[in-house]
Design a protein around this ligand. Sequence first.
Ligand code: GLA
Length: 401
Amino acid sequence: MKTKAFIIILFTSTTIFSQKFEGLAKTPPMGWNSWNKFACQVDEKLIRETADAMVSSGMKDAGYQYINIDDCWQGKRDSLGFIHPDPERFPSGMKNLADYIHSKGLKFGIYSDAGWKTCGGRAGSRGYEFQDAMTYARWGVDYLKYDWCNTEGLNAEGAYLTMREALYSAGRPIVFSICEWGGNKPWDWGKSIGHLWRTTGDISNCFDCIVDHGSWKSWGVMQILDMQEGLRVHAGPDHWNDPDMMEVGNGMTNNEDRAHFSMWCMLSAPLIAGNDLRNMSESVTNILTNKKVIAVNQDKLGIQAFKHSAEDSLEVWYKPLSDNEWAVCFLNRSTTPKSFEYIWKQKQIEDNFSSRELNVKDIEYNILDLWINNNLGTTNNNLSYEIPAHDVLMVRLIPIP
Ligand code: GLA
């Protein structure tokens, strides 16, 4: 009798602690995160104003949902081990802030680290995973980014699994963002643990550069793009490759911002803005809220683009979409404009991974320019075009019935 009861308890507890919350990120998550622009300078005023701006700028209407506080929100643990926010920066407390964000129809995200300390030296979750998860659930957190600093000796998959179980047992559905930087190949094990995983180290606000910080480097948009090679087969609805938060609006040119945003949409990347939403130029707002480009990112098939060709700094990327449509992005990586003539009739394309084909022999497709919202003819004709430096032409191909 005793053994039976024990087996039942064991069975129940493993059932409870054995999965991620499914279905929270059927399309790539969209939101904002404080780190790229504000680093450690976060407080409740900034977060509230950002939530306001997400609504007033039209970003919420375009699909953005999450307001995520990155590192440095933490104060101290109390004598029972519970974490509290920095009382000077967040005097009203996290529950209050979460309520405010929710009252705007938005969702609330927070940050912690699998190690003893976060990258910014605040308290990490190591040893407190279940207690922290319970605290986040009480506060009304909807999204957790979980970093990988100060984890010497830890097994990555195991550490993220522990937090997944902690979140699940706390009972509140929370998107779990694995921020391990790619070193332990999270694409091989992340699917059952989290909803997205970083594939690289940190992004930097430059189009094509490497920033050397001594013991580590951060990467320009093109460098991060190149590191996505081979990873598309691992991504899909509810489990995304994360090439890091965006730098749109953080100092690149308008053309570069547009190219960066377009490529993140092609990659089915999480669209987490990283700029100051309270002070956006009209051109930055227009980039971040372009619904036709966002629709490529949010397409329900969830298939990441692939690079079809790269010649003389001009890359052509293809992304299969639902209803047999395709997104195609011509990316000019060079510092001078590029003219080209594209002969669609020679581009019969098969994507073995998704079992989709672009059948230009039998089907004529309309070509819609997604940035200018202009029809560029059909695939029965050649396309002549000039793309400015560090910019894109991004189109949608729509079969003509
Ligand atoms: C790491 C992460 C960044 C950011 C910082 C915070 O570098 O990769 O995205 O969260 O830590 O300290």
